[in-house]
Ligand binder design. Sequence first.
Ligand code: SAM
Ligand code: SF4
Length: 355
Amino acid sequence: MSRGPGLPIVDGATPAPGSDPARVRADDAMVDGFGRRIEYLRISVTDKCNLRCVYCMPMEGLPWIPKAQLLSWEEIRDVVGEMAPMGLRRVRITGGEPLVRRDVDTLVRFLRDVPGIEDISLSTNAVLLADQADALADAGLDRVNVSLDSLRDDRMEAIARRSGVAARIRAGLEAAERVGFQPLKLNVVLMRGRNDDEIEDFARLTVDRPWHVRFIEVMPTGANLDVSRDEQLTCDEALERISAIDALEPVEGPTGNGPARYWRFPGAAGSIGVITPMSHTFCDRCNRMRLTADGQLRPCLFGDLQTDLRGPLRRGEDLRPLIERTLRIKPERHLLEQGTDAGSGGLAALSQTGG
Ligand code: SAM
Ligand code: SF4
């Protein structure tokens, strides 16, 4: 097998089916067996959450990761510090709800100091954002994505299955604007019968506000198979309805080019994006890996493939061969369209891997 220059052979990793192991590189660029360049890491800092969104976490919660198994801020910095010279450029802090863990600003400060990291973002439900926005901005956070599935307080709380949070979410959004987190992206998970009558309202928001509203197709996980089966709605349908308001022009996305495709109303301040894991997979453009809160490096959101970094990190071992192994096993695509637990690799909820 031919390999990247000067790298040791790592045993125990069967290359992803259909991949070409000769393409895998892990020197100054991370390239997988399908030639995809990996430059983005989503870092989950906790699997816990203060909400119970109907499409995500079950009401009773999940078996939480024991505290001793959570990577410390220093350990996360060390992983990012290892990957940055290998081509990592952008990181996103996520969860669970990242802001339920104390002192996330300390992690942001650490990551800001890693040479090569150009963009640090955070995904949040915004419930705790008003309290923490200043500290996060001071630490060097560039921007936030806020999950907002309804513009109506009662609905927002019904979807989140937590009463009394809507005012705090709105305060969080205001704080994000006040401290200048830009571009501000809103994530809206589409659910037929629950929030689809607000598609046009969300789209109109982008006319005057520089917000990037992204509609996301609900993905099936073990905890939400009923919602993902019965309430599925494609982004194509959402776009068709939005086009009836006014012509949409395709545009380049805002900073942080991920799987979303974007459009804009003529002259609008913001844009409308769609993330279509169900109807059009974007796996061929995948540029990311994921680090779970307990230190597993995952090559794909779904499936059971992962490489333990926590043990080796705590034993002072070299992480680079393990990162190369993860590149080698990165699959070509997910199998979500099956709409079953098997398709999602038995994952109970996206809160476990950071979404
Ligand atoms: N708690 C934070 C939040 O809600 O933004 C970060 C973690 S959450 C798992 C990350 C993103 O995944 C959110 O935008 C959320 O709406 C989305 N998400 C969670 N479960 C999903 C599912 N089953 N299908 C589609 N998107 C999902
Ligand atoms: Fe929590 Fe985010 Fe999952 Fe909602 S989507 S339950 S806010 S982790």
